[in-house]
Design a protein around this ligand. Structure first.
Ligand code: NDP
Length: 310
């Protein structure tokens, strides 16, 4: 069996070693621009260059080394249409998301962001505590990662809410779904966490109108994709005080350009797209399992529905 591998960072050796461990029969072919590849059974990519698309037309499945598939689906009709695309499900990312979002939410609830500012100014000044009942946390997207984040938040006793495309029942979480449920979900959410895939339906979902429906003094935590937020609208709402603060891990342009106004806004906390990193060993293990299942004709999890875009 041959696997075609593309790594934008060029660091292919550790991946080859892990494939040798978890799928010893596989030969790994590295994709190089301008070189013709031998016929491969599977492709393993993250954000492949357009020049690689032709090679993807003959594989049995395309494996993505991430949970989101927007970097592949952006090619639209230029992508081979019949080939299954299989994304990572969790593979060590869910616990990282749980850590990141729990930290960010607790930081705002316990006002550590304000204490950090006060400490830099040499101020010793206890602030009134937020009340838990006023601090509902709403997660946009209750998939593999969103569900794990809600589970991690549950023991703290915040009112929890979740929004998804299809209807869900989750004990301890007030659930909403579809376009009709969004308005009520937003109006009752103090801390808005975005964990959606980027699709035509979810792009710009956090625009002025929708963020304006959040209660005064709301918080935004975006760990999904930069294009979920209308960035100028967030600046406007933060300056007006409607949004108290935001923690952002993802941006329309990454790395975030040095001139971007977010860098100048102290109420915006920036991290460099690290909320859930792809863990190589866990990812190769999951891909190897899925290849074995595909070869055996068994169903695999993580198959992307191209019409839904995730
Ligand atoms: P899933 O596919 O498991 O979950 C997606 C969730 O979003 C589902 O609950 C789905 O609803 C919901 N959803 C999708 N479209 C809509 C819509 N139009 N309206 C309402 N709800 C919708 O994905 P994961 O949880 O595995 O990953 C989520 C995203 O996290 C990824 O797509 C990626 O963009 C981002 N990510 C970011 C990382 C980072 O480091 N910043 C790392 C990893 C992922 P339903 O359940 O009804 O289908």
């Amino acid at each position: 069996m041959r696997i075609l591998l593309h790594r934008a960072d060029g660091k292919t050796e550790p991946w080859i070693k892990d494939f040798a461990k978890y799928l010893p029969d596989a030969e790994i072919e590295i994709w190089h621009a301008g070189e013709k590849c031998q016929a491969c059974d599977y492709a393993v990519v993250w954000s492949p260059p357009e020049a690689m698309l032709a090679e993807l037309a003959t594989v049995k499945a395309i494996f993505i080394t991430g949970a989101g598939v927007d970097a592949l689906l952006k090619f639209g009709d230029a992508l081979p249409q019949q080939i299954p695309i299989i994304r990572l499900e969790d593979a060590g990312m869910a616990i990282q998301m749980a850590e990141y979002v729990t930290h960010a939410a607790l930081r705002y609830f316990r006002r550590f962001d304000e204490y950090e500012t006060q400490a830099r100014a040499g101020q010793w000044a206890p602030l009134p505590q937020h009340r838990k009942e006023d601090f509902s946390i709403g997660v946009l997207g209750m998939g593999v990662l969103g569900a794990r984040v809600l589970e991690a938040l549950a023991p703290f006793g915040f009112p929890l809410r979740g929004w998804s495309r299809t209807e869900k029942t989750v004990p301890g979480v007030q659930t909403f779904h579809g376009a009709d449920g969004l308005d009520t979900f937003l109006r009752g959410t103090r801390v808005l966490v975005c964990m959606l895939p980027l699709t035509p339906e979810t792009s710009n979902i956090m625009d002025r109108t929708n963020m304006g429906k959040l209660p005064q003094g709301a918080y935004i935590i975006n760990v999904a994709r930069g294009a979920h937020i209308a960035e100028p609208d967030l600046i406007t709402l933060i300056k007006s005080g409607h949004i108290a603060a935001a923690t952002l891990d993802v941006f329309r342009n990454e790395p975030l350009p040095t001139q971007h106004p977010f860098w100048q806004e102290p109420r915006i906390t920036i991290t460099p797209h690290i909320s859930a990193l792809t863990l190589r060993r866990e990812s190769v293990q999951q891909i190897a399992d899925n290849i074995r299942k595909t070869e055996a004709g068994e169903p695999v999890a993580g198959v992307v529905d191209r019409t839904l875009g995730y």
